[in-house]
Design a protein around this ligand. Structure first.
Ligand code: B12
Ligand code: SF4
Length: 489
């Protein structure tokens, strides 16, 4: 079958991000002997023209719409991406009779509502390699679709979902503690992640991303980096987070040697010399992170990288090893500097862990940024002050402050928001809705953050336009700055 994947994301803030999810799907389909193309709308000037020309030239049988972002998560400067995507879907439907299937991280948070909003009938929730390939195979050879895991569809106006459960832990399964990781000495607990060759693990079909279909040089030039994934899933249960609903909450780890093979290939085939590890948390489990770093050092990769990390589990040894392996920046999901707020957000670490993590980085000169969320559950004016003073004390390279929490379905925050009367029971969350603790006021927090940022030059606040001017970021990229830009702002 001829399959066209349209990556509709054209967001360039904070920088353009390569559609690695669509590239994974493409590889899986190609392995299944389908003819695949990716139309990436990120750098396209006229979406409709590009889509029209591609449909005419390729005549696809199936079209996958890859939806990474629903909105930009930014209180006060919220952007809702779906109206544009709906126009694109309508245009596609007018110009082809191909079967349309939606997927992607953003789509996976709201499968039913997004299908209804976009006027589509079929989608894939979460990991898509196996589900989409099986669906296209079923179209080719005939076959059932009601047993394809992760597939969802509308029938007679009703929504049906074969959402997986093998990636979701049952409530009675224990969340692993970061201080006692579930693996020892680099042993892999489960490895059903894409490998370089086609492999079958537990009956699931995986492959690595097909970067030959991406405009790698444009992403390097305008985004300053490419992306790679070393694990999927997050076992923690932070109150607001959608990640476990997207990737599952069972950790699936790739073998370090395999990850490094992919990095080598990225360098030799596409001159990629800077990457972002898109793992939910790079340094958990610590042994896995250390294994990847050791393998990078052993292979003398000479490649630079950045990642998301948790403050818990950062040690001087790991920080040193990461730096030797080419890490040029760590982005900690620290969230707050007050014990009470961290608890309200369901975090598994304390302000001391944040201080320790920043200290580990500072000692060896590893730039580190801390994302914080102001106004979450349990936030009040005294906890805000605690957060200000913690980050004043530890002085990391950057503090990226976000205001308010986007409320998503199937999260504990949604329950809190219902209890606090921020949202009502049948209210749709598809269009951005934010939570702000009843004990604080949006204008007052905005003012406090702005005042604080005046004297603290390491503070960046995207929702308040503080040190994140888009033109300046573009100019820095044009000057050839790679990696995140928070280390030079
Ligand atoms: C890493 C990351 C970042 C990094 C990216 C770095 C880089 N160079 O790549 C940074 C920090 C820059 C970033 C920025 C943003 N991000 Co972000 N990010 C992520 C994260 C953690 C991983 C994304 C990823 O690459 N996953 C790995 C790939 C392989 O998985 P995938 O894309 O989901 O693809 C799989 C499936 O979705 C599916 N699939 C994908 N496409 C298709 C298509 C079809 C047809 C099918 C069937 C299936 C399918 O199959 C794929 C393979 O299994 C996710 C959270 C998460 N766990 O998903 C958030 C996430 C994607 N980000 C999100 C958002 C909103 C943003 C920002 C808008 C935030 C902001 N204001 O800055 C920006 C937008 C940037 C941009 N230009 O688009 C949201 C999107 C959902 C939403 N709320 O709208 C997410 C889900 C986080 C969340 N809060 O829920 N992000
Ligand atoms: S915020 Fe981070 S640690 Fe918490 S559930 Fe989400 S990805 Fe996991």
């Amino acid at each position: 079958m001829k399959v066209l994947l349209i990556s509709v994301n054209n967001e360039r803030d904070p920088y353009p991000v390569a559609p690695i999810g669509a590239a994974y799907i493409a590889r899986a389909l190609k392995d299944g002997r389908h003819d695949v193309r990716i139309l990436d709308l990120c750098f396209v000037e006229d979406d409709f023209k590009a889509i029209g020309e591609t449909l005419k030239a390729f005549l696809p049988d199936v079209i996958g719409i890859s939806i990474r972002n629903i909105d930009n998560l930014t209180f006060n400067k919220s952007i809702f991406y779906l109206p544009r995507i709906r126009q694109l879907v309508e245009f596609v439907k007018e110009n082809t009779s191909a079967t349309l299937v939606a997927g992607g991280s953003g789509f996976s948070i709201f499968p039913e509502e997004a299908l209804r909003y976009l006027g589509l009938d079929i989608g894939v929730v979460g990991e898509g390699e196996a589900a989409f390939t099986r669906f296209v195979d079923a179209l080719t050879h005939g076959g059932r679709i009601d047993d394809i895991q992760n597939l969802c569809y509308m029938k007679d106006g009703k929504f049906y979902s074969n959402r997986h459960d093998h990636l979701l832990k049952k409530d009675d399964e224990k969340t692993p503690s970061p201080s006692s990781p579930p693996i020892k000495g680099g042993e892999i607990i489960e490895s059903p992640l894409p490998r370089r060759e086609r492999v079958r693990v537990r009956g699931t079909f995986h492959s690595s991303p097909d970067r030959s279909l991406l405009n790698n040089s444009a992403y390097l030039e305008l985004g300053g980096m490419a992306n790679i994934q070393s694990k999927r899933g997050c076992p923690f249960k932070c109150s607001y987070c959608t990640y476990p609903n997207i990737d599952g909450n069972k950790l699936r780890l790739r073998e370090p040697a395999d990850v490094v093979e992919e990095l080598k290939e990225m360098k030799s085939d596409y001159n990629i010399d800077y990457v972002f590890f898109v793992d939910d948390i790079f340094n958990f489990p610590e042994e896995h992170a250390a294994g990847i770093c050791e393998e990078m050092v052993k292979n003398d990769l000479n490649l630079q990288w950045t990642c998301f990390a948790s403050p818990k589990g950062m040690t001087p040894e790991l920080a040193g090893l990461m730096k030797r392996a080419g890490c040029r920046g760590v982005e900690f999901g620290s969230d707050a500097g007050a014990e009470k707020t961290l608890k309200g957000l369901g975090k598994h670490f304390t302000p001391d862990d944040i201080s320790h993590a920043a200290e580990c980085c500072k000692k060896i000169g590893l730039p580190n940024a801390h994302y914080i969320i102001m106004g979450g559950p349990e936030e009040d004016h005294s906890t805000l002050k605690e957060t200000f003073s913690l980050f004043e004390k530890i002085r990391p390279t950057a503090v990226i402050a976000l205001l308010g929490l986007r409320i998503y379905p199937n999260t504990r925050l949604h329950v809190t928001a219902l209890e606090d009367g921020v949202v009502s029971k049948n209210m749709s969350l598809l269009e951005p809705v934010f939570y702000l603790s009843p004990a604080v006021d949006a204008d007052a927090i905005s003012l406090e953050v702005s005042e604080h940022a005046k004297d603290n030059h390491n503070w960046i606040a995207p929702g308040l336009n503080i040190r994140c001017d888009a033109d300046m970021l573009t100019m820095l990229r044009k000057r050839g700055h790679k990696g995140p830009l928070w280390n030079i702002l």
